[in-house]
Each structure stands twice: as C-alpha cells, then as structure tokens.
Ligand binder design. Sequence first.
Ligand code: TYM
Length: 333
Amino acid sequence: MENQKKVMLSGIQPSGDLHLGNYLGAIKNWGARAEAFDCYYFMADMHTITVRQTPADLRRRTLEQLAQYIACGLDPEKNVLFVQSHVHQHAELGWVLNCYTMFGELSRMTQFKDKSAKNADNINGGLFTYPALMAADILLYQPDFVPVGEDQKQHVELTRNVAQRFNHIYGDVFKVPEPYIPKAGARVMGLTVPENKMSKSIPEGCVFLMEKPEDIQRKFKRAVTDSDTERCVRYDPEQKPGVSNLMQIYAACTGRTLDQIEAEFDGRGYGAFKPAVGEAVIELLRPIREEAARLLSDKAYLEQVCRTGAERASYVAEKTLRKVYKKVGFLAR
Ligand code: TYM
C-alpha cells in the first residue's frame, strides 16, 4: 500500500555557522515530527555559491551542519538528512523550473534585493534565479509542509505559484506545499540592531549554536534594549523592538506566553530580564553543543549518514524528475 504519511521538507545554507534564528525559526520546528511525517532535511550547499565561499570552509561547515541537525534531535534513521549537491536531481529540476519562473516574479524577491545590495560586485545569475532552484528543492519531494522562518515565506509562495503554473499546463505533477511558520521565533532579530533579523553578517548581535555559554551571556547582557524611560518588560514591537525581541526569544525557549513573561518580570526591569534570557538560551543550546561536538569526532559516521541520506532522497527525487521530463517532452533515456 502507498505510504500515507504527510511529507515535510526544509533546508539551510551552510554559508555560516548555525545561529539561534535558524534554530528557533526553523530547526526547532522540524524535530520530533518524524513519527507523523516523512521528513527530508538538507544542507543547501548549492545555494551558498551564489555568494563567494572559501571551499575548505564550505566543506567543513556542511559536515558541521549535519552534526548539528542530528544534535538538534533529527535522528538520521527517522529523517532523511542529505547534502543538496549529492542529489543531482536538484540541479536538473532547477533548470526546468527556471523556464517556468518569470523574470518579474524573481525581481520582486526581497532576498535578491538584499543580497545584491550587499554583494554589489557579484550580482550573478544564480543569485537572481535562486528561488527556482529552491522551488526544485521543495517540489522534488512532493511535501505538504515546508517549515521555515518568516523571511523564507516569500520563496515558498513563489514555489506554490510555479507548481500551480506547471500543473495548470501539464496536469497534477506537483503537490502545492504550505509554508509552516512557528508562532514564536519566526523572526528572531539581531541583539545589537533589533530592527534587522539576526544573521551571521553581524556576529556581535548573533548567537551561534556552538558558542560558549559565557560568550552567549555576554551578548545578552549587552543586547540593545530600548531608550524609553519606563524600562519595563512589555511587548511592543513598534516602540520597544529590542525588549520585544528578547521576549520572543524567551517565549520560544521556555514555552511561556508573552503575558506570562510580562508578569514574571513585572517591576524588575531590564537588569534582571536580559541575563534570564541569556540563561534560558544557554540551557536550550547546551545539550545541542555537547552532542554536536561528540558527533564531529566521528567523521566516518557523518559521511555514512550523508551517503544513506543521498540514496534515499535521490530515489524519491528521481520519480518526480522522470515525470517532469516526460511531461515537458524530453525523449526517454
Ligand atoms: P537560510 O539558510 O537563510 O535560513 C535557514 C532557515 O532559518 C530561518 N531563519 C530565521 N528564522 C527566524 N529568525 C531569523 N533571524 C532567521 N534567520 C534564518 C530561515 O527562515 C530558514 O527557514 N533559501 C533558504 C534555504 C533553502 C530552503 C530550501 C529552505 C534552500 N532550499 C527549500 C526550505 C526549503 C535560506 O536561504 O534559508
């Protein structure tokens, strides 16, 4: 009988070390779902070269990212974990979908606008057509849900449009997936500039999963709060973006609601609040950091996980790719 489980898929670029935004916005939402879903999670290495990378660093970070996925609770026996470039169907479907993605659609992508502003000397074709490859990453596995942070919602919506366009011409080839965005942590802002999302490009405002507890606590103690005079812990993203961001982080780490957090810190001010958030993050990340370090000492095991994951992913991806090739009129091999 056909497998009736729903399918989940997501990926992260190994262009930098994983950070709290990646964890709360994405990975935390991936874990513990393997019983209910068929889950595919990958290291999106092909996407990273839209910006120049140092080859040895990219290789190292890709393996580290795999260790961190596993340490975050993604059991490779229950989830298909793989490296994007190991599954050649991504590049192949990416090309096809390029021909079904419109110039106007790609021009509207905020990630393209941001990245081309930051890399003005290297606005390459890959940076522009990146969302067509991302659509291929997704549609190959016919997922129901794509768990991502808020900033990737636009790309998932483009994927839906491309899938619908293709299906409209050729019949039901692709399942049209839904983005799956967490309630708390969908958009973790930087600790030094709370108006911008947390990202590795501002390391002082970014907490990395593998960072030492004392460094994490220092970053939280220095986190920018707000210049208003009331200095109370109250959720107001417009007037108090710094405090509101810390509240979101605390909520995502502890499972408490924003109301409960306001009550907990009522009358205690930022001096008590900031280290408490730091402590919650340290405790959340401690087991992940320790387990990832342990896994990284066994490279042979990680390489074996990559091989098995690529085989399993490739088997599923090939079925979709064959269907697509036939539909568009490529001669069977
Ligand atoms: P990437 O690598 O920039 O980010 C990976 C995941 O982390 C989430 N994220 C955040 N969430 C909350 N707050 C933040 N500050 C924050 N920063 C990052 C992102 O929303 C994302 O879920 N194009 C994708 C990678 C990709 C992909 C895919 C994702 C390639 N193919 C197919 C899903 C499905 C990207 O650049 O994410």
